[in-house]
Design a protein around this ligand. Structure first.
Ligand code: SF4
Length: 330
């Protein structure tokens, strides 16, 4: 049965004022990633849709597969996948030990639904019985710290790495671009907790939005905060906009950053990725900051402060942007 039919007949688990939670049948929890740019071939996304509602989110396309074309439904109709531990163990057994399995490649595994349904935790409980696995988690939520003990147990016999996305330290800006995601300070606190438990973390500044969060001051602050929190590495990658994200992000820019509107439309209306000098300049800026703060480069892909007075990257004057390397953003 197609995913749209499954979505249509999914029973409602619970509704709150804005969000409806449904349970969706799932033939398998582990998906295959065909992109050669990604450092993993296997993915797990316990939820479809994400309540955090980041304005730049590229995962909205996943709801289109279910014929839910209104982009807002991605934030308000959340599907929790059915979970069966025995079936999941059998799925893991089919993944070669040399392959990485990454959790949270499309939607956040620690979004608010996780407090209710504990799917990510149940998945990790299964991994806690594995040996020699290579596992990664990407999230924007401090809820991951809830599982620090469990993740540390997994780390004792497997390789596990956590990516915490923090795009800005400016709480006002964060609220604007990532309306329901936990505050940046809470995410950094989670890095501290995980690091104290011996778990290796990367802080991801993904995406870097031209002239919004790309100033040296902003990236320096982030990199420094990541180092203080004990992160192992730091990464930043430029914004890219799939057609489904443009529908949300560009009107958001028109409304909240009208002074940038023309330039964003010029660069993104007809392409998804920035080309030219900008990505190279960003890489250079970030590499210097990583060295300055004693962090490591993450080998896979990668404000104004609308409001700061330090110079941004001036990319628009220089034009052009290029396809980033491997980007995972959540
Ligand atoms: S970018 Fe990640 S955290 Fe934000 S809405 Fe999309 S899936 Fe959720």
């Amino acid at each position: 049965m197609g995913i749209a039919r499954l979505a249509e007949r999914s029973p409602v688990l619970e509704s709150k004022r804005r969000v409806e939670y449904l349970e969706i049948e799932s033939r398998s929890l582990i998906g295959k990633c065909s992109s050669l740019r990604m450092p993993f071939r296997f993915t797990i996304n316990p939820y479809r849709g994400c309540e955090f509602g980041c304005r730049y989110c590229y995962a909205r396309y996943a709801h289109e597969f279910m014929e839910l074309r209104d982009p807002v439904l991605f934030e308000t109709r959340i599907f929790a996948k059915q979970f069966n531990a025995a079936a999941f163990r059998a799925e893991i057994a089919r993944v070669p030990q040399t392959e990485s399995i990454w959790i949270g490649t499309a939607t956040d595994p620690y979004q608010p639904a996780e407090r209710r349904y504990n799917l990510t935790r149940r998945i990790l409980e299964v991994f806690a019985r594995e040996r020699g696995r290579r596992i990664g988690i990407t999230t924007k939520s401090d809820l991951v710290a809830r599982d620090a003990g469990l993740i540390a147990r997994i780390a004792a016999a497997n390789s596990i790495h956590i990516n915490l996305t923090v795009t800005t330290l400016d709480e006002r800006l964060a609220r604007l671009i990532e309306p329901l995601a936990p505050r940046p300070s809470l995410r950094l606190k989670a890095v501290e907790t995980l690091t104290a438990a011996g778990i290796r973390c990367t802080v991801l500044a993904h995406p870097v939005m031209p002239l919004i969060n790309d100033s040296e001051k902003s990236l320096d602050g982030l990199c420094s905060a990541a180092a203080r929190a004990g992160a192992f590495s730091f990464s930043a990658a430029p914004l890219f906009l799939k057609p489904c994200s443009k529908q949300v992000f560009l009107p958001f820019i028109d409304r909240h950053f009208p002074q940038l509107s023309r330039r964003y439309h010029e660069r993104y209306d007809r392409q998804d990725f920035l080309k030219g000098e900008y990505p190279a300049r960003l890489r250079e800026r970030v590499a210097k900051l990583i060295a300055k703060h004693g962090l490591n480069q993450r080998d896979i892909g990668g404000l104004p402060d609308p409001w700061p007075d330090t110079p941004q990257l001036e990319l628009f004057q220089r034009g052009n942007f290029s396809r980033p390397g491997n980007v995972i953003s959540c």
